[in-house]
Write a protein that binds this ligand. Structure first.
Ligand SMILES: NC(=O)c1ccc[n+]([C@@H]2O[C@H](COP(=O)([O-])OP(=O)(O)OC[C@H]3O[C@@H](n4cnc5c(N)ncnc54)[C@H](OP(=O)(O)O)[C@@H]3O)[C@@H](O)[C@H]2O)c1
Length: 311
């Protein structure tokens, strides 16, 4: 069969012939992949920079997708850490890590939306324990996952949602109550006065700068501020001031593979897939044939649409 194959971490995957995957235990099955997205997580897998990377090559990247089983049933699946990913004509899925695709769903839309939507859905439900009426600030709201987080927070009951990022006007139509540019320190202080939850897709210097802007200006230092670390597009490390942890009731947690159990993630997949299928969240997807993966790889990294490969 054909797949996107990574043979070097410094070049895009190539469309190449690879061995057919085979199911080896009862709860596994082979599916025909209909759509699989190239998210930042997949890019970091393909460049060997993700924290789960073992450095082993060659590998077929891809962490999730929509596939058709032999029975004809469509399922959205997430894969375990594997070198036989979903950017391929076929994939072995674990039935326990997959859910039936709601009737009438568009596989491309579903593949594009599930990973970015899941990042905030899981963070808000399992790490921030969002309560209805809370105020949520999304740090890095201009990306796929950040823009989606504005919608997910609202859907899960947030009363106020603030979008923060560079060139933040780009998401003026994404449904936030307030837009604050990352360079606007006074605006960040104001936005942080009563915020309950920060969903942080940036980390690096911007996270530390935002925290510095917020901490001295809280209306009530004892009000819990749950800071959920989700992505690190601005840098893998952040110089968080120690005083921030003493001066206010700051709870610093992360959300991702590991800090949230696979069982909890899988338990939420069905509900989230139904929301996506029902059109609860807007997402921009660009479907490209798998055969064009090498050309589309870099091109898509510079556009706002999520690249979805269609075998
Ligand atoms: N933990 C999880 O469960 C989970 C799940 C999904 C995603 N993530 C992570 O979340 C992060 C974002 O994912 P995504 O899908 O939204 O990515 P994306 O669509 O590629 O968007 C990234 C956004 O970050 C902005 N950005 C990059 N560097 C920045 C900086 N220094 N300061 C401010 N903004 C900056 C980019 O703005 P420009 O357009 O100006 O470059 C872009 O809007 C990634 O790290 C991803 O791995 C985590």
């Amino acid at each position: 069969m054909r797949a996107a194959l990574v043979t070097r971490f410094d070049t895009p995957p190539r469309y190449a012939e690879v061995e057919e995957p085979r199911a080896s235990v009862a709860h596994e099955t082979v599916v025909e992949v209909l759509a699989a997205a190239v998210s930042p997580r997949v890019r970091s897998q393909a460049s060997g920079s993700h924290y789960t990377s073992t450095g082993a090559l060659p590998l077929v990247p891809g962490i999730d997708g929509v596939g058709r089983m032999e029975t004809g049933e469509l399922r959205y699946f997430i894969l375990p850490d594997t070198d036989r990913g979903s950017l391929a004509e076929k994939a072995v899925i674990d039935l326990r890590r997959s859910v039936p695709v709601p009737h009438g769903s568009d596989p491309v839309q579903l593949a594009a939306a599930m990973n970015p939507a899941m990042s905030s859905w899981i963070a808000l439900r399992h790490r921030a324990h969002l309560r209805p009426g809370a105020s949520v600030l999304v740090l890095g709201a201009t990306g796929s996952a950040g823009a989606m987080a504005l919608q997910v927070a609202r859907r899960l009951g947030a009363a106020r949602v603030t979008a923060v990022g560079r060139d933040i006007e780009r998401v003026a139509d994404a449904g936030a109550d307030a837009l604050v540019d990352l360079s606007d320190t006074a605006g960040l202080s104001e936005a942080g006065r009563r915020v309950d939850v920060v969903l942080d897709y940036l980390w690096g210097e911007p996270a530390a700068d935002t925290l510095r802007a917020i901490v001295p200006h809280r209306d009530d230092d004892a009000q819990t501020l749950t800071w959920v670390q989700i992505g690190s597009v601005a840098g893998p490390e952040a110089p968080i001031p120690s005083a921030a942890l003493r001066a206010i009731d700051l709870v610093l947690v992360g959300s991702g593979q590991g800090s949230v159990s696979t069982r909890d993630i899988v338990a939420d997949l069905g509900d989230l897939a139904s929301e996506v299928a029902a059109g609860a969240f807007t997402t921009q997807a660009r479907a490209v044939p798998l055969a064009e993966v090498e050309r589309a790889w870099h091109e898509a990294a510079t556009t706002r649409d999520r690249l979805v490969l269609v075998p």
